[in-house]
Design a protein around this ligand. Structure first.
Ligand code: UDP
Ligand code: MG
Length: 311
């Protein structure tokens, strides 16, 4: 098998059939074998039913993995990589925002250039609002500053890579998966090509602003321990300020002889130090939570059904 297309699907009932036709059209006469690995991420609509129909038809080789509940796109990608048998593997969304024709281009680049292991697409023109765009920019600035990996700011999960890259990604068994970070962490020589995201064929995006914020935090916590150091820095800073203030108070008492009316100062300091401590405990708590989750060693996904074709 030359190419596996890994397609995570969550409530994409209206898209999967259109997606399949678009893929078959794009790869018509390509001269190599390809398969589609659909992962149904616990959809609540008719997605699984439609995927089973595509599986029964086998117009091109189709596999379907269905999760026991919604585990998230990251788990879907992981499961898809697990079951993909292609020499090249492509990650693509089911909503036709990412055109299959681009995958064909990616395959061509991998074929022509032996030194290239990953072809990743980045969005060249964003149709999103200014606020969201600003948040995204700030996120990339922060994470690139804090962590050891460098993320391409507009790069998506839309990419095609060689089998060796997929194997490396599968070796990273972390429970909280942040693909952009994982891709950057495994390395390999990556070529970026621009693409313009199309409109969703049907349905709505699963990403709300709150979900995006959580995802961003996951990324920072998952790929950097610098925020922990921030607690130590803050501690040093307040200790230094406290010592300076102590000296001032003692000198005022001994030399000038004034009594310091302390009530307001005490309240302000209690509030300030209390909130700083809570802030630091919060940061530590985030990491402890991640350690707790990881130490349970739960599987990244549970499949209730795996449909594969005969080789
Ligand atoms: N997706 C998924 N599980 C989820 C959320 C999304 O498998 O919990 C899939 C979804 O079906 C789609 C892809 O991930 O194929 C990208 O999701 P979406 O289109 O909502 O994201 P956006 O394109 O808006 O970033
Ligand atoms: Mg989408």
């Amino acid at each position: 098998m030359k190419l596996s297309l890994v397609v995570p699907c969550y409530n994409e009932a209206g898209n999967v059939e259109l997606f399949q036709s678009a893929v078959m059209q794009a790869f018509d006469g390509c001269g190599y074998d390809y398969e589609i690995v659909y992962v149904d991420d616990g959809s609540k609509d008719a997605t699984l039913h439609n995927l089973k129909k595509l599986f029964a038809q086998q117009k091109c080789p189709v596999k379907v993995i269905s999760f026991s509940r919604n585990f998230g796109k990251e788990a879907g990608l992981f499961a898809g990589l697990h079951h993909a048998s292609g020499e090249y593997i492509s990650l693509i969304d089911a909503d036709l925002q990412q055109r299959p024709e681009i995958v064909r281009e990616m395959v061509q680049i991998l074929d022509e250039d032996d030194s290239c292991d990953v072809v990743a697409a980045y969005q060249d023109r964003r149709g999103e609002g200014k606020v969201l765009s600003l948040f995204k920019k700030s996120f990339y600035a922060i994470i690139n500053h804090l962590s050891d990996v460098t993320l391409h700011s507009d790069a998506s999960d839309f990419r095609t890579f060689r089998r060796s890259v997929a194997q490396s990604i599968l070796e990273l068994g972390e429970y909280h998966r942040f693909s952009k970070g994982i891709f950057a962490w495994v390395g390999y020589s990556t070529r970026y090509i621009p693409y313009t995201a199309c409109q969703r064929a049907s349905g709505t995006s699963k990403w709300s602003f709150r979900k995006l914020m959580n995802y961003a935090l996951e990324g920072i916590i998952g790929f950097s321990t610098r925020p922990l150091r921030l607690a130590a820095y803050l501690g040093c800073l307040t200790a230094a300020a406290a010592i300076i203030y102590l000296i001032i108070v003692v000198l005022q008492k001994l030399i000038v002889g004034i009594d310091i009316p302390g009530y307001a100062t005490v309240i302000v300091l209690i509030l300030l130090l209390g909130s700083m401590q809570l802030f630091c405990i919060g940061i530590i708590g985030e990491y402890v939570g991640k350690i707790f989750e990881q130490s349970k060693q739960r599987p990244i996904y549970l499949a209730k059904e795996i449909l594969t074709y005969e080789k």
